[in-house]
Design a protein around this ligand. Sequence first.
Ligand code: ZN
Length: 344
Amino acid sequence: MKYDFASRERDFGRIVFALTLDRKKLTERIVIARSDEARLRLERGAGEVYYDETRPLGSLLLNFEGDKSGGWNKNAAILRESYGRAIPRMSARWKHAAPAAGYLREKSGSGEPSALFAAVRTWDEYLNCFNLNHGADLLTERLSALYRPFVLYADYKPWEEPAPSAMSAALRDSDSEVSLWYPAKKRTFEVVAAVASLLPVIQYYLHKLNEWGYVFQQCKICGRHFVARSRHYELCGDDCRRVQAALNKQEFDERAKGDKLEQLHENAYNYWYNRLRKLKKGTAADPEKAAAVVAAFKEYRREAVKRKTAVKNGGLSFTDYAAWLAEQQNAVDALMGAMAPKID
Ligand SMILES: [Zn+2]
């Protein structure tokens, strides 16, 4: 269900941000809805909700909305102004607030649940305070509590440092309230639900990860950060695991190819060496011919190493190298034959 940012009347019930973490599956589930609807969704899969997604564990912390440019607060100022006495006519008030509604609509469509929650809560609060005495003050107070984590958390990198003390210091009594639900009647399935501020949700989250001994890791394939059971895990998900497997195979194939090359090179060397040995020792020994083959062998070795390196660097194909070696073997055979001992 999409939230209606053109709505001029507030629905009943508070909008909650409900988070549940699955330690075994390494996932987080976030439901954003009016309180009753959120409970219905978590208990029975029913209920009208604005958001219900299950993502990899840590996603909320790693993608949390940031607001360095102060866009959220500038937007809040527009909403506050629309309450003012300077705009007595109702229709003019709504017209003044329209660009702010546009900003919120855009934020709610960004896919980031922390932004969606803030957007929906902002308009709900705007409608809530519309006809109240001191409505502008109340709105300012509530929205600044809502947006505070966007400033505090924007520069915070959960994989680098422990939660900044500024974050706990920023918590006021009114912001720190969360409720814990156990909708599945299983104690392990715990939902933390917040209304006024997401700061206690962040703290709850970090605390749970710490309690479980889970860590933030950087994927060695894609470079993204993710939450893992221990430092042992280096890949963020199935996609990167597939890439790694392909790389491993490629490396294996290259090594196997390298081994084959060395083997071929060595066999060819032995071929030459054995022929030379025949000329040096035994009944067929012939020092004069041996000297000629030694010279050819030396030349051959220099050239063979050069060509082997070329194969490794991709300058020469394996097949061409093998063909050249065979050619050289024919050459040394010819040399031996030409110099074969004369038959008296
Ligand atoms: Zn990855």
